[in-house]
Write a protein that binds this ligand. Structure first.
Ligand SMILES: [Ca+2]
Ligand SMILES: [Ca+2]
Length: 467
């Protein structure tokens, strides 16, 4: 028996009435699906996607850390729930300063998650069940422990300009003092986005943490290297990418004097360390960034043309204003991301929302979508940066929010499907990407064990999960 509060039974009636009286519909319309090619290019257009956070999803060897073999053990769970594909938060080699969003080798698996053989086995087992595997692509920055950064810091030929370096502004009073940062830009993690390197005697840019230096996308060698990364995993059978922190890829180019401009103050806060202190007109959503997404789409399309199989997809992470978010879909002449994430179910709705507010949030995306044949809407109910559905809307809203998600037209994306009550006790840890779910601790694990095993997926070791 589904647990639906009376308040929401009433609201559901309102929604259904609204559906009959406007363009809004709870039925899944046929969004430009090409029936002539039902498998290759349409598979994702009404797809149900599940985000797996590998570190906490399923631990196969009892070391307390989720791993690839653990995911393999739970593929039937995904398949039996009607999932079409899943995207994996980063599984690549990393010092874990930002839980894998600081990659030190794009071509290697983090050892605690498994081996390349385990990865290949995961893809094969997923494909056997018709499940698409989507990888997290983290292009804006590497770890400062990546060999590219070490070489760049040493000015090794070929790597000098792999990152965004600048000598800084001369100190106005003391010419012999260390130069000042090149601009007033602020990191998402607070404070200056520029970090001095004693080794190179220059500043490097980090839009996120000090340990996440920004790659220099104005260097064609960087662009080509990252396309090589994409092709490497496509060749191992992945069905596409979720692309991290897309808006921050490019910053404005230096002016004729080799300087970067300051960003204007937002007026929203007096705290100059707060990223909200500035309006990010020079560091986010540059036209070059949109073009890079289009180039990556060309990489995945070309791969399909050369190797066949289903359309490879791109999911783009952007919390940008809707007019900009829509541009990531592409335009009349060039396609972009099939799924520029629509986070409005997360960002615009609060506990005790009305049905009308929900309807407005849904229509907001639909009304702004470009009128292109290939474009379908998508709906994201949760991710690793956000509190769970139970925490955001209340325990009694879990079922109905999932039903609404699955009733909406187009693509559905969720995180830990059941959005279990135990997540109410989960703490969050501040990181470069806002708040990330805390890694498993014995206290959290114990509280989760209070719940029936069939509703728990995540945070459990192989030994503790009843069969
Ligand atoms: Ca493990
Ligand atoms: Ca950047």
């Amino acid at each position: 028996m589904l647990n639906i509060p009376t308040r929401w039974c009433n609201l559901t009636v309102i929604l259904l009435i609204a559906a009959q009286s406007s363009a809004f519909s709870l039925e899944k319309p046929n969004y430009n699906v090409d029936k002539s090619d039902p498998i290759q290019n349409c598979w994702w257009k009404s797809g149900v996607f599940y985000q797996i956070y590998p570190r906490s999803f399923m631990d196969s060897n009892g070391d307390g850390i989720g791993d690839l073999r653990g995911i393999i053990e739970r593929l039937d769970y995904l398949h039996d729930n009607g999932i079409d594909g899943f995207w994996l938060s980063p599984i690549f080699k990393s010092p874990m300063a930002d839980f894998g969003y600081d990659i030190s080798d794009y071509f290697a698996i983090q050892p605690e998650y498994g081996t390349m053989d385990d990865f290949d086995a995961l893809v094969a087992a997923a494909n056997d069940r018709g499940l698409a595997v989507i990888l997290d692509f983290v292009p804006n920055h590497t770890s400062d422990e990546h060999e590219w950064f070490k070489k760049s810091e040493m000015r090794e030929p070929g790597y000098e300009n792999f990152y965004v370096w600048h000598p800084g502004r001369p100190h106005p009073q003391d010419k012999s003092a260390r130069p000042l940062p090149p601009s007033n830009w602020v990191s998402f993690f607070r404070g200056s986005a520029w970090q001095w390197s004693e080794l190179r005697k220059e500043y490097y840019l980090h839009q996120f943490s000090i340990k996440q230096p920004d790659l220099n996308y104005r260097n064609p060698a960087v662009v080509e290297k990252m396309k090589e990364v994409m092709r490497f995993w496509l060749a191992r059978g992945v069905a596409g990418y979720r692309i991290d922190a897309v808006p921050t890829l490019f910053e404005v180019a230096q002016d004729v004097n080799g300087q970067y401009p300051d960003e204007p103050l937002s007026g929203n806060t007096n705290d100059p360390e707060d990223p909200g202190y500035l309006v990010h007109i020079f560091t986010q959503d540059r036209n070059e960034t949109l073009d890079m997404v289009y180039q990556w789409r060309a990489v995945t399309d070309q791969f399909q043309q050369e190797h066949g199989g289903r359309e490879r997809i791109i999911m783009a992470e952007t919390y940008s204003p809707i007019e900009i978010a829509m541009r990531y879909y592409g335009n009349d002449t060039v396609p972009g991301a099939q799924i520029p994430f629509n986070f409005h179910l997360i960002t615009d709705l609060k506990q005790n929302m009305s049905a009308i507010e929900l309807q407005s949030t849904i229509e907001y995306w639909l009304e702004h979508m470009p009128k292109l044949n290939s474009v379908v809407p998508n709906w994201v109910l949760g991710n690793h940066d956000q509190h769970r559905v139970a925490s955001r809307f209340g325990n009694d809203m879990i079922d109905i929010m999932n039903m609404i998600l699955l009733s909406l037209p187009g693509v559905s994306v969720t995180y830990n499907w059941i959005q279990q009550p135990a997540m109410l006790v989960q703490k969050n840890t501040s990181t470069q990407h806002g708040t990330l779910n805390e890694p498993p601790s014995s206290g959290i694990l114990q509280r989760m064990l209070d719940f029936p095993p069939e509703i728990i997926h995540g945070f459990l070791s192989h030994q503790t999960l009843p069969k």
